[in-house]
Design a binder for this molecule. Structure first.
Ligand SMILES: Nc1ncnc2c1ncn2[C@@H]1O[C@H](COP(=O)(O)OP(=O)(O)OP(=O)(O)O)[C@@H](O)[C@H]1O
Length: 468
């Protein structure tokens, strides 16, 4: 096996130990530095590139309190805050080792050590440091992204929406786990963002994982990370989303899709507040505020034995139900004006108002795809209206005819069975098939996907595409 590229510094006042460790470790690592006098640590750290320090706990002869070791540990971390420090202790003092780990040491080995054990400890400490670096890179880039991401607008004056926003205000500042329920496109993500922005963790990261959009085989590694070699494509260690969101907020969208065996693992993580990456026994502490969302009837999944009751009760300390748009029609006019303004600006068109007849038409529709469908409808109207690009003369209004609503709305399946193809527009028929399958299987994604002969991920894409 080739040598590890790392550079190791061994600090011990016992020359025999230095000699033995040096002889053994230089067969396995690119560079070994040895130091008898810890007073020179600062100098060597500032002049050489060191990846790991193997530090003795007891320097003053005859003393075995370990206080010297803790002192030097602090000095090292004050010079290089993310230095990997492995401690050597001759006395197997677990209390002391735990204290050292609390103070920032990565691991410890007992003297006299077995060579294999020492090697394994140093290698995994270096791996951990790599994945910490990955996490911090990810965290930093996410934070940068987050800063640019403004708090999303929440438009609407209906009492239903105002009630939700009041609840958000109450719960945001607590650490309670929150479950947001509601149909596709009602604004669950927007509500999750509101909670995050009003929480004490607003300055830290918020990471979202859409469990409906990642293949089931990758759920575990995506959430909890993996170590190199854990499975065929695991070419290097990778931190999971829990680890990357630590200190901040984790938003798990479509939680109803989590397979039952991972529900047990998620529950353990929430209870113990630590994760073990796939393929490793390492325990990594994590501190996340959890927000989950789903469009499934989670309680029914619990009753049907498809979702663990204990997990359900753990994630729904507070449950917020975002009502469908058809139950808050009074929000439609405000939303339409808002989206019209937004899309006119986006396409650099003169601003347009929306005519009263157009609003009446939109209020009469039942919006199965909720606000997402409304936004798409307005976007299309803005682009296609007669006076959009070519004739910027503009009467300043979007009329009822500019808004095209699907004819599929409220189709009775008996009619459709008699004549399923009013026309041969493939896209329309595809939308109908998806809608039919979802209704037939009461929104069950796996069964609908199976019937349609597509994967769950493709089905999710189509649900979004057709605003279902
Ligand atoms: N009250 C609102 N005001 C303005 N825009 C909104 C509002 N609610 C939702 N939206 C917009 O509607 C779209 C869909 O919202 P969002 O993604 O939050 O829905 P969702 O319930 O999370 O959907 P899904 O179930 O598909 O994940 C987004 O573009 C969002 O910005």
């Amino acid at each position: 096996m080739g040598k590890n590229n790392a550079s190791i510094l061994i600090v011990d006042d016992d020359q025999d130990i230095l000699f033995t460790a040096d002889m053994f470790l230089k067969r396995h690592f690119a560079q070994i530095h040895t130091l008898e006098d810890p007073n020179n640590i600062e100098k060597i750290l500032s002049t050489s590139s060191i990846d790991l320090v193997l530090l003795d706990m007891n320097f003053a002869l005859g003393l075995n309190t370990g206080a010297e070791g803790l002192h030097w540990l602090q000095r090292i971390l004050s010079i290089v805050p993310d230095m990997v420090v492995v401690l050597m202790t001759a006395y197997g003092d677990v209390g002391l080792s735990v204290e050292a780990i609390k103070q920032g040491a990565t691991d410890f080995v007992l003297k006299p050590w077995k060579n294999e054990k020492l090697l394994a400890t140093l290698n995994s400490a270096l791996l951990l440091s790599d994945s910490r670096k990955q996490v911090s890179t990810l965290t930093i880039s996410q934070q940068a992204l987050q800063k640019e991401k403004a708090v999303p607008d929440v438009i609407g004056q209906s009492s239903a929406l105002q009630h939700i926003l009041k609840q958000v205000e109450k719960v945001a500042k607590t650490e309670a786990n929150i479950l947001i329920l509601g149909e596709n496109g009602v604004g669950k993500d927007v509500i999750a963002q509101q909670i995050y922005h009003q929480s004490h963790r607003a300055d830290s990261i918020m990471l979202s994982v859409d469990l409906g959009a990642i293949p089931e085989s990758l759920f575990e590694s995506e959430l909890f990370g993996h170590v190199k070699g854990a499975f065929t494509d695991a070419h290097s260690d990778r931190a999971g989303r829990f680890q990357a969101a630590s200190g901040g907020t984790l938003f798990l969208d479509e939680i109803g899709n989590l397979p039952i065996h991972l529900q047990a693992k998620l529950l353990r993580v929430l209870e113990q507040k630590c994760v073990s990456p796939v393929g490793s026994d390492k325990i990594i502490p994590v501190d996340v505020r959890l927000i989950c969302a789903t469009n499934s009837k989670l309680k029914k999944l619990v009753d049907d034995g498809k979702f663990r009751a204990d997990l359900y009760y753990r994630i729904n300390t507070i449950e917020l139900s975002v009502p469908p748009l058809r139950e808050r029609a009074e929000d439609i006019s405000l939303l339409v004006e808002y989206f019209a303004q937004r899309y006119c600006k986006k396409y650099q068109l003169n601003q347009k108002r929306v005519s009263a007849s157009a609003i009446a038409k939109l209020e009469a529709y039942d919006w199965p795809g909720n606000i997402r469908e409304l936004a798409h409808t307005v976007e299309r109207a803005v682009i296609m209206s007669d006076d959009s690009f070519e004739h910027q003369s503009n009467h300043g209004f979007l009329s009822a005819q500019d808004f095209i609503l699907p004819q599929t709305n409220n189709i009775e399946y008996t009619d459709r069975q008699a004549n399923p193809f009013n026309d041969c527009n493939l896209e329309r028929i595809e939308g109908l098939a998806v809608k039919y399958a979802l209704e037939k299987h009461e929104g069950n994604i796996s069964q609908s996907a199976k019937e349609l002969g597509i994967t769950r991920t493709s089905l999710y894409r189509r649900i979004k595409k057709f605003g279902l």
